[in-house]
Design a protein around this ligand. Structure first.
Ligand SMILES: [Zn+2]
Length: 191
């Protein structure tokens, strides 16, 4: 569903051909003053290569209220719409749903989805222990990594975790669901 709003909030709208409609106004049928989109309530939608406008306007000069129904083509020509408002509104709602559906088939949408999926995949699946985490470390030292001792195991939340591997220098790594990153450089797993 598209929510009606103050009409100027729908602009600017950019057409696929690169043209942009940045504002919209109509002459009041009563006093002929120009009524701006900020004095209208409704919706403006780009469906394919046309902008469809349906709004209720109130003339600030004479307080005359009138309905705006028109189509703005990609050359910014404004065409009146003869349909009854309820039918036109239905058509816009239907078009908006279809548009969302179509948009999802498009390359931009798929790329955005892919980027979101990649970002999620880049998150380690396991646990990263904060520096403040209370951890009991084994006396048993396996060696050194970047000048710090590697404890054979650590005890965290009552769970004993054994050393598995260090984070490679490039920092590219992926934790399995049950693995724990300790000190930002050592990876432990349940014993
Ligand atoms: Zn007026």
């Amino acid at each position: 569903m598209i929510q009606p709003d103050r009409l100027d909030r729908f602009f600017p709208i950019k057409y696929p051909n690169g043209n942009t409609v940045s504002r919209f106004a109509k002459h009041c049928p009563h006093c002929k003053q120009l009524v701006k989109a900020s004095a209208m309530e409704g919706m403006a939608l780009l469906l394919q290569d046309k902008v469809f406008v349906l709004a209720e306007a109130r003339c600030p000069q004479c307080q005359h209220g009138f309905t705006v129904k028109c189509v703005i083509d990609e050359h910014k020509q404004v065409h009146p719409v003869g349909l009854p408002s309820f039918l036109y509104r239905l058509m816009l709602q239907w078009g908006a749903r279809k548009q969302v559906h179509t948009f999802r088939q498009q390359a931009e949408w798929r790329m955005a989805q892919q980027a979101a999926d990649d970002a999620e995949a880049a998150q380690p699946a396991g646990t990263q222990l904060p520096d403040s985490a209370l951890v009991q470390k084994s006396e048993d030292i396996l060696g050194n990594f970047m000048g710090q001792p590697i404890h054979a195991w650590i005890l965290h939340n009552g769970q004993r975790l054994v050393y598995d591997r260090a984070v490679p220098p490039g920092g590219q790594f992926r934790l399995a669901a049950n693995e724990v990153l300790f000190d930002n450089r050592l990876i432990y797993r349940p014993a």
